[in-house]
Design a protein around this ligand. Structure first.
Ligand code: PGA
Length: 251
């Protein structure tokens, strides 16, 4: 499996002109880079425009609803994302769980709908600072995985990558310790092995997100055997983002 680099643009940048500029500088800077899969997840209104900036960069949505069409004001369906050229969708991000009250049950519905639309899923899980302090991390991760993947078959699990994203590490400049990330990645595989099979757990993509940058990346590559990273803040500077892509591809 090629390492995945998921660029979660969140609600940035503020204009389509800036979005195109950012996309094109990443496209240019990553032209000769091999052995990595770069997935750009822009805000919805920019997706169709970026689709026409022909490149090997893949596109993903940051969220989707679970219905195909209908009276759901403000929502975007998985098939609409697919139609716009997206191959991926991020689901369960902590900013959606916190700000938009998304429960594990809602995330499960979205995962099922996205699978029906043949999208690959970046399924985010992670504990809050308070949960970590109370030593509840393992239980939280287990419960988020079990509930989020309820009724997802063995056949479908291959379309899902699990992103371990401790809430307290996102956008704080305070990343999780790489050794701890490795422990959590092993735990995630153990849970998947119990739910599905050891082989599916072995083949599962497990990635990490939370304040990754070009300075701390090497320690993650050395000490935590994850299959890639979700980057938020680091994408804002295309030079930094390209540096990260190059470090990962030459690892
Ligand atoms: P960050 O965001 O890199 O800014 O911490 C990561 C994420 O939101 O997935």
């Amino acid at each position: 499996m090629k390492p995945l680099i998921v660029a979660n643009w969140k609600m940035n940048p503020s204009t389509i002109a800036e979005a195109k500029k950012l996309f094109n500088s990443v496209k240019k800077g990553s032209k000769k880079v091999k052995n990595v899969e770069v997935i750009i997840c822009p805000p919805f209104p920019y997706i169709s425009e970026l689709k026409y900036q022909k490149s090997k960069l893949k596109l993903g949505g940051q969220n989707c609803f679970w219905q195909k069409t209908g009276p759901f004001t403000g929502e975007v369906s998985p098939s609409m994302l697919k139609d716009l050229g997206c191959q991926y969708v991020i689901l369960g991000h902590s900013e959606r769980r916190t700000n938009f009250f998304e429960t594990d049950e809602i995330i499960n519905k979205k995962i099922k709908a996205a699978l029906l639309a043949k999208l690959n899923i970046i399924f985010c899980i992670g504990e809050t600072r308070e949960e970590r302090e109370k030593e509840e991390t393992k239980d939280i991760l287990k419960s988020q995985i079990k509930k989020g993947l309820q009724e997802i078959s063995k056949k479908e699990i291959g379309k899902i990558t699990i992103a371990y994203e401790p809430v307290w590490a996102i956008g704080t400049g305070n990343p999780c310790d790489p050794e701890e990330v490795q422990k959590m990645a092993l735990l995630i595989r153990k849970i998947i092995s119990e739910m599905y099979s050891p082989l599916l757990a072995k083949n599962l993509g497990v990635i990490y997100g939370g304040s990754v940058n070009s300075q701390n990346l090497s320690s993650f590559l050395r000490e935590s055997k994850v299959n890639g990273f979700v980057l938020g803040g680091a994408f804002l500077d295309p030079k930094e983002f390209i540096k990260i892509i190059r470090i990962i591809s030459s690892h």
